[in-house]
Write a protein that binds this ligand. Structure first.
Ligand code: ADP
Ligand code: MG
Length: 328
């Protein structure tokens, strides 16, 4: 199978929302009147972001999910995406599963595959997503990292730490019961981008980011761009690892310090961390209800620079948590 047959068979779909999809030199997008385009790219590299033997269905899902997560963090509505794919060889079973995982998630979010590039080389997947954000009275409704203000509450959606737990288990560093590993692995390999929550938070949240490299590190980006500091209450975050509610969970599986590290700095969670003034608590709860996404209040923005983590006794934790940095 040649390059063009491969594109035609696995990556050419009807794209009714786009003015022009796969096939020409450029795709053409028509954002709705009164909207801005939100654009983001994420690359997944074999050996760096996924194991070589990962299920191609989940890989297709994750490649798009991490991009949709960026749209969610901006409060954007998914519109379309492009796929740049480097493949060592044509493996039709692999391609069929990969494109199914990718396109099922795309369909679920009405995000159309409108173009891309296909070359031979080491397995590498780069997706660029395009989303729409309304502009109201000349003001973009996009959620930014720079909007947090002293006194705002800090929230995080969903669960944290499970993906890191699965990663450590798959690397053979931790032993887990199979049913529990399977649930944690699902969080690592098929993250849920919080697209509906992100849109529901427009006009409610003061700042937002998606948690890809670990909660504290990503929250640090918000603090830096907003020129504020924060306190996070470790006990409020500690319960956020989903598998601790699994029937086979036992506290003997993981040291509590390690659990705390995974939750605060684990990475690969693809949840939203966001801030909102205390006056918006009811509106935040309504956004959570409306989008069917649990959110937990975990701390507060403060004028004093720096990120402080407080333990159960209110004392500051002194341990530093490194967040993921490819060149760090
Ligand atoms: P060009 O040589 O002009 O870059 P290509 O031959 O690479 O064009 O691609 C032909 C068409 O197929 C283009 O519309 C391109 O966007 C699309 N395309 C290529 N690879 C992919 C892919 N992996 N997924 C979706 N569309 C693709
Ligand atoms: Mg090309």
């Amino acid at each position: 199978m040649g390059e063009f047959d491969l594109i035609a068979r696995y990556f050419t779909r009807p794209s009714p929302k786009a003015a022009l999809g796969v096939g020409d030199d450029c795709a053409l997008l028509q954002p709705a009147p009164g909207t801005q385009l939100a654009i983001s790219s994420d690359m997944l590299v074999e050996g760096r972001h996924f194991f070589p033997d990962v299920d191609p269905f989940t890989l297709g899902h994750k490649a798009l999910a991490v991009n949709l997560s960026d749209l969610a963090a901006c409060g954007a509505k998914p519109l379309a995406f492009t796929l740049a794919l480097s493949l060592p060889r044509v493996d039709e079973d692999w391609l069929a599963s990969f494109s199914r995982g990718l396109l099922e998630l795309a369909d679920a979010h009405g995000c159309e595959l409108v173009g891309g590039d296909t070359t031979q080389g080491p397995l590498n997947i780069c997706i660029t997503v395009f989303g729409e954000v309304p502009v109201v009275a000349g003001r973009s409704q996009a959620l930014l990292r720079s909007g947090a203000r002293a006194g705002d509450d800090i929230y995080v959606s969903g669960t944290l730490g499970d993906a890191r737990l699965a990663l450590e288990a798959l690397r053979g560093r931790i032993a887990l019961p199979p049913a529990l590993l399977s649930d944690a692995r699902n969080r690592l390999e098929q993250p849920t981008p919080r697209v509906a929550l992100g849109q529901a938070l427009r006009g409610v949240a003061s700042a937002a980011i998606d948690v890809s490299d670990g909660l504290l590190g990503d929250l640090g980006h918000v603090l830096r761009l907003s020129k504020v500091g924060a306190s996070v209450e470790a006990p409020l975050v500690a319960g956020l690892m989903a598998v601790t509610r699994h029937p086979e969970w036992s506290s003997e599986l993981l040291l509590s310090d390690t659990l705390q590290e995974y939750v605060l700095a684990g990475g690969d969670d693809y949840e939203l961390a966001f801030t909102a003034p205390p006056s918006a608590r009811e509106a935040v709860a309504e956004a959570a209800r409306q989008s069917g996404t649990p959110v937990t209040r975990i701390g507060a923005i403060e004028a004093q620079p720096g990120l402080r983590v407080r333990g159960a006794d209110g004392q500051l934790l002194t341990r530093r948590y490194a967040s993921f940095d490819h060149f760090g």
